[in-house]
Write a protein that binds this ligand. Structure first.
Ligand code: AR6
Length: 168
C-alpha cells in the first residue's frame, strides 16, 4: 500500500472514498464537513439523517452525491480537552474504523483530512503521527488488505509540513 501526502481540497479528489471530519449529529457543520456537504449536495445529508448520528471514534458510510469520489466515510474525531480524555485513542479509532469500513465496501483508495485539527483543536503535531502510525499498524495487522492508496490531505501548510517530514 502507498501512503501519500497531498495539499488539496478533499472535495475535488477522484478516489474511492473520502473521509469527512463530522460531528456526532452527522447533520453538517463548518470546515471540511461544510465543504463536503456543499459540494456533494443534499443526497449526502439525506443518508446521514437516516444513520441517526455517530459516536466519537466511529464511522459510517454514505453516498458521495455529486462529488467525484465514490463514497464518503463520516467519522467523528474527539474534541481536544487537554489530552487526558482518551483523545489520542479516539483519534486513532477514527482512522482504524474508517479503513475497516473502506475495506468492507471493497474501496481501494481512501483520502483522509486532518481529523480534529481544525475546530476540534487537537494539536497538529500530535495528530499527524497518530494518523500515520494508525494507518501503518492497520496494514501490518491486515496484510491481505485490498486498500492500495491512502492519501493524507492537508489544507494548511503546518499539517502539510508535518506529514511530509514524517512520511519522507
Ligand atoms: N479539504 C481538506 N481539508 C480541509 C478542508 C477541505 N475542503 N476544509 C478544511 N480542511 P475541521 P474538526 C481541514 O474544523 O477539527 C465541523 O464543523 C482543516 O484545515 O473541518 O475535526 C464538524 O461539523 C483541518 O486541518 O474538523 C464538526 O463540528 C481539518 O480539515 C467539527 O467541525 C479538520 O478541520 C469537526 O472539527
Amino acid at each position: 500500500m502507498n501512503l501519500k501526502v497531498q495539499k488539496s481540497d478533499i472535495t475535488q479528489l477522484q478516489v474511492d472514498a473520502i473521509v469527512n471530519a463530522a460531528n456526532s449529529s452527522l447533520l453538517g457543520g463548518g470546515g471540511v464537513d461544510g465543504a463536503i456537504h456543499r459540494a456533494g449536495g443534499p443526497a449526502i445529508l439525506a443518508e446521514c439523517k437516516e444513520k441517526g448520528g455517530c459516536p466519537t471514534g466511529e464511522a459510517v458510510i454514505t453516498t458521495a452525491g455529486n462529488l467525484p469520489a465514490k463514497k464518503v466515510i463520516h467519522t467523528v474525531g474527539p474534541i481536544w480537552k487537554g489530552g487526558h480524555q482518551n483523545e489520542k485513542e479516539l483519534l486513532a479509532e477514527c482512522y482504524k474504523n474508517s479503513l475497516e469500513l473502506a475495506e468492507n465496501h471493497q474501496l481501494k483508495s481512501i483520502a483522509f483530512p486532518n481529523i480534529s485539527t481544525g475546530v476540534y483543536g487537537f494539536p497538529k503535531s500530535l495528530a499527524a503521527p497518530i494518523a500515520i502510525d494508525t494507518v501503518n499498524d492497520y496494514f501490518n495487522e491486515n496484510p491481505q488488505s485490498i486498500i492500495e492508496d491512502v492519501y493524507f490531505i492537508c489544507f494548511d501548510d503546518e499539517n502539510y509540513k508535518l506529514y511530509s517530514d514524517l512520511l519522507n
